[in-house]
Design a protein around this ligand. Structure first.
Ligand SMILES: *Cc1c(COP(=O)(O)O)cnc(C)c1O
Length: 384
């Protein structure tokens, strides 16, 4: 697609993605299932484009949050296993069974309903039991586990394929005692499951941070989210990794996403002018302003008002005034020769300069995950 016909678009580097997946395949080895987490529109990258790249780069399966996401993958022709990690409404479990997906299990009600459905249809369903090890999100806790396993055992059409858990405190710290505690709880509960006669099972626990930091958590499968896209889960994860491996050994995860736009108006305003809603910025000099056709409804956070920079002709241009719903203004006074419809980088590299998801996240007090996940799905994604 010719980007000159677009006001804003996202570019995805297939080379960066492939390099990231090569790194992770080498890290986990060939015996471990490498599952690409493509929930939330592949963290805002574009699920269809990422699913295609993932398959091409050797990912073994997908993890999604919702039934809709799983159905979209199937409808687009992806035949790989898909684990639905979020709740499927009881009323839609039959669709999930018919779709042949792997389903997370942690509610007795879902278990019973799946039992009825599979018995009625004369079919089976693969389930992955989620074990509560201390995150207190989804999962069956240890004291309820025997009762849950008994109910599962009574329903032979539910095929327990896997057990898994999720760590609460790897990304936010460089001290990982809590994660180790969760791992031991997981081991203890896994032993209970196997004592019930369910072996051998696919076990999995590792998100990006665990995959990067703790090979002993790789088990049978890793659920790779943010890092496949070339973003570190956190500064703490980067720090922990480099403490362990040395700075030079840090894998060069390559961010694959660039978010771009084009200037839709240029104007020169006198010193002392106010810019945008609320008159939150006043120029102190004659200023060359560029209007950009991107706003908070596109996922460019309104809290970046008067905070962020964008890249124009390889230079950083500051955001002036409030981010509007569909528009924003930047100061290009110090960037000579700027023209209408000139390409502007909101996120990514241009020349020597880079605007990273981490930088934007720090400015608004969130994490890189949220910065990319909120990029509006309707914006075209171009694989380059
Ligand atoms: C989102 C998610 C992941 C992926 O986490 P990253 O930190 O992005 O790698 C893994 N497991 C579960 C259960 C998740 O919800």
């Amino acid at each position: 697609m010719d980007t000159r016909s677009l006001n804003t678009w996202v570019e995805l580097s297939s080379a960066a993605y492939a390099a990231n997946l090569r790194f992770f395949r080498a890290r986990v080895g060939t015996g471990v299932e490498l599952s690409a987490v493509v929930k939330a529109n592949a963290y805002g990258h574009g699920w269809r484009e990422i699913a295609e790249l993932a398959v091409r780069s050797g990912a073994d399966s997908f993890c999604v949050h919702s039934l809709e996401e799983a159905q979209e993958l199937r409808a687009a022709g992806f035949g790989h296993d898909v684990l639905i990690m979020g709740h499927v409404p009881l009323a839609r479990l039959e669709e999930a069974v018919l779709g042949g997906f792997r389903l997370v299990l942690y509610n007795l009600e879902s278990l019973e309903r799946l039992g009825e459905i599979t018995a009625r249809l004369g079919t089976t369903v693969r389930v992955h039991l989620k074990l509560e090890t201390g995150t207190y999100r989804q999962g069956v806790d240890e004291q309820n586990l025997p009762g849950f396993l008994a109910a599962l055992k009574a329903r032979s059409s539910l095929r327990l394929e896997g057990i898994y858990t999720h760590f609460a405190n790897i990304e936010d710290t460089t001290s990982h005692d809590f994660a180790f505690e969760q791992r031991w709880r997981f081991e203890r509960m896994a032993a209970m499951v196997e004592a019930f006669g369910f072996a051998p099972l696919l076990r999995h626990a590792a998100c990006s941070a665990a995959t990067l930091l703790f090979p002993e958590t790789h088990l049978g499968m890793v659920r790779l989210g943010i890092s496949q896209y070339g973003l570190w889960p956190s500064k703490e994860t980067f720090l922990s990794y480099t403490l362990e491996h040395g700075r030079s050994a840090a894998p060069v995860l390559e961010p694959m996403l660039a978010w771009k736009t084009r200037i839709s108006q240029l104007k020169t305003v006198p010193a002392g002018s106010y810019v945008g809603y609320g008159c939150s910025f006043q120029t102190t000099r004659e200023t060359r302003l560029a209007v950009l056709p991107v706003g908070y409804s596109d996922g460019y956070d309104r809290r970046l008002s008067n905070q962020a920079h964008v890249l124009v002709r390889g230079r950083r241009a500051p955001v002036r005034g409030r981010i509007c719903m569909n528009l924003m203004m930047v100061d290009v006074t110090d960037v000579p020769g700027v023209e209408l419809e000139e390409e502007v980088v909101l996120l990514g590299r241009q020349g020597e300069q880079q605007i990273s998801a981490d930088q934007l996240a720090t400015l608004v007090g969130t994490i890189a995950y949220e910065i990319v996940a909120r990029i509006r799905a309707g914006i075209p994604r171009l694989v380059v």
